[in-house]
Design a protein around this ligand. Sequence first.
Ligand code: DQA
Length: 144
Amino acid sequence: MKLLIINGPNLNMLGIREKHLYGARDYAALCEYVKEQGRRLGVEVELFQSNHEGALVDCIQAAYQRIDGIVINPGAYTHTSVALLDALKAVDIPACEVHLTDVNAREEFRKISYVRLACKKTFAGYGFDGYRMAMEYLAGKQAE
Ligand code: DQA
């Protein structure tokens, strides 16, 4: 099984951006954490990060018939991007939405998620653990 972990804009700024919200660990630490979870679950992991909406769409399209599950933290594009929603629908690969923060407890505009419409589950507010939960869910090895 191969999982694709996609991170959108500004997630490469982890460890620098708004540490009180997103924590002190950087994007490299997130990648290490995700890879470690992949090893633990016995699944292959591919990681992608971009600040560009079109590049994220290209990445989702390239997953077609190649990837078994997508974990996506679309960053701010969560709240704006019909293109990412359509791309997820197009490839029809089981997907989970992840947010480090609890987007429902923040500004009103963060409560809207387009990608959620194409996702099986959302894990928000669990920090790095949300990625693990999404990977476990997609690997069919859900923690109770
Ligand atoms: C985020 C939440 C988004 O609202 C924000 O734009 C981000 C990060 C999160 O992981 O909590 O960039 O997706």
